[in-house]
Design a protein around this ligand. Structure first.
Ligand SMILES: Nc1ncnc2c1ncn2[C@@H]1O[C@H](COP(=O)(O)OP(=O)(O)OP(=O)(O)O)[C@@H](O)[C@H]1O
Ligand SMILES: [Mg+2]
Length: 464
């Protein structure tokens, strides 16, 4: 049952509306002044507000202003004896859905209410669908709590629903395509196609026809008319990946489409108009390419309307545990495998790795580990060789030996490591000191001195 709140200072009007609307099956609450009404609105959920304009104290316009400033989600109809275009326009500007003049006829009132409720329902349905759509793409979600990635997420929210051209830059594997898709699905074009085209992956001689389509007979092999990506993306988004690889001749043609929003198919004479939002991406330094004459300056400025740079993974190290968890669960689910567990020590190697291939490299690694270690525990030994590069941590390092923000007592730590190594060497060499010394790269007397100093007593067990 839709719930309606009536705010009117005239008791007779409140009673009239209450009786009538109750009889029509609505739930009704009434308030005799603005303050009481506004409090009710804040405390309870209503589907519709019938609001008198002229009231002592807080009047109808004040209430509308409050509703707008507090972003309350309520449809309202103004009731006024003093109708003028001016007040009606003002009320609508403040977000009123409709207005009705006193004295009113109850059937007109009923009609206005029904219309307002229908439109509200439609809006709600729309919002629900939009949310659902967003949820659908949430497996394609940008993950990360670090400041650099949160800034990217906020920026996307701001620019998604504009038609402006975006140039996404960033190293390989930083999520340029993911970002392009996110922009599309957060824009009002989301119901229309997202069409990707990788300019580097398609041979130069057919790229033009890929972009613009061709007419039958345009060239040898063009047996049928074919529409290009620009036409496919009409009303949607065209994602031009690796734009830096576009040949000069096509750069000119693309520039024209961006300027005029029209083009001809290859071999065609008919001009085709399209409404396409362009998102371009590159891992090249396009500004440098412009300076070197490899990329047209005018095209660069056409594309670079909204620049969006993605941070490399090594600049968002704190997000690595989150990304690990995300990919382990996501890929295991997709591959229908039991997710493995990553030992904290293993995670430390991953956090300290440089990730030249960024998130893509991380994702690929996890995929491989899931296949190899299904349901098992992933230890540092399971990681590929490159994780033990000289610049990385030596393999003996464990989490206990990672410098934390609380700091360490280096002397105590080194002492412990030294003790530990000496004891291990003595054990391994069954107490033969000369052997233990050579395992440690020490000469025998140095080892004996150290043992004395540290009071390491292998006693009878040691052999000279
Ligand atoms: N922040 C992130 N959260 C979740 N997944 C991410 C994130 N960044 C990248 N990915 C994932 O990493 C993979 C690589 O991303 P994407 O293909 O978008 O990168 P790219 O910048 O286009 O790479 P390339 O330059 O190699 O084409 C994709 O599977 C993408 O979903
Ligand atoms: Mg890409």
């Amino acid at each position: 049952m839709p719930r309606i709140l009536v705010i009117d200072d005239e008791a007779s009007i409140r009673e009239l509306l209450k009786d009538f609307l109750l009889a029509k099956g609505f739930e009704i609450a009434t308030a005799e002044d603005g303050e009481t009404g506004l409090n009710l609105l804040k405390e309870e959920k209503f589907d519709l507000l019938l609001l008198d304009l002229m009231m002592p104290g807080m009047n109808g316009m004040d209430i509308l202003r409050n509703i707008a400033s507090e972003k309350m989600d309520i449809t309202s109809i103004m009731i006024t004896a003093y109708a003028s275009i001016q007040t009606a326009v003002e009320a609508m500007k403040l977000g009123a859905f409709d207005y009705i003049t006193k004295p009113f006829n109850l059937e007109d009132m009923h009609f206005a209410i029904k219309r307002a409720l229908d439109v509200t329902r439609l809006h709600e349905e729309n919002n629900r669908l939009k949310k659902e759509l967003k949820r659908k793409f949430s497996s394609n979600k940008i993950i990360g709590n670090s400041i650099p990635i949160q800034n990217v997420i906020k920026f996307i929210e701001k620019i998604a629903d504009t038609d402006s051209t975006v140039l996404v830059t960033g190293e390989s594997g930083t999520g340029k395509e993911l970002v392009a898709k996110t922009i599309h699905y957060q824009s009002s074009r989301s119901r229309n196609p997202f069409v990707p085209l990788n300019c580097a992956a398609i041979p130069k001689d057919i790229l033009e026809s890929e972009l613009f389509g061709h007419e039958k007979g345009a060239f040898t092999g063009a047996v049928n008319t074919r529409i290009g990506r620009f036409e496919l993306a009409n009303n949607g988004t065209l994602f031009l990946d690796e734009i830096g690889e576009l040949a000069p001749a096509l750069q000119v043609k693309l520039l024209r489409v961006l300027q005029e929003k029209e083009f001809e198919r290859v071999g065609g004479i008919k001009t085709i108009k399209v409404d396409v939002r362009i998102i371009a991406a590159t891992n090249k330094d396009l500004e440098k390419a412009v300076k070197e004459g490899a990329f047209r300056e005018d095209l660069f400025y056409r594309l670079n309307v909204i620049p969006l740079h993605l941070p490399p993974l090594r600049k968002m190290k704190e997000d690595i545990p989150l990304l690990l968890e995300h990919f382990v669960l996501d890929i295991s689910k997709r591959k229908k495998k039991e997710p493995p567990r990553i030992l904290p020590e293993t995670a430390n190697y991953l956090i300290n790795y440089k990730w030249p291939g960024n998130v893509r490299e991380l994702e690929n690694l996890i995929e491989r580990l899931i296949i190899l270690k299904e349901g098992d525990i992933i230890t540092p030994e399971d990681l590929p060789e490159r994780f033990y590069d000289k610049l990385q941590m030596p393999k003996v390092f464990s989490k206990a030996h990672m410098l934390s923000s609380e700091g360490v007592d280096l002397n105590v730590m080194l002492d412990e490591i030294e003790n530990n190594m000496i004891v291990q060497a003595l054990e391994m060499s069954r107490g033969v000191k000369s052997k233990a010394a050579s395992l440690l790269g020490l000469n025998r007397t140095t080892l004996i001195e150290k043992m004395k100093k540290k009071a390491i007593d292998f006693g009878a067990k040691t052999v000279e």
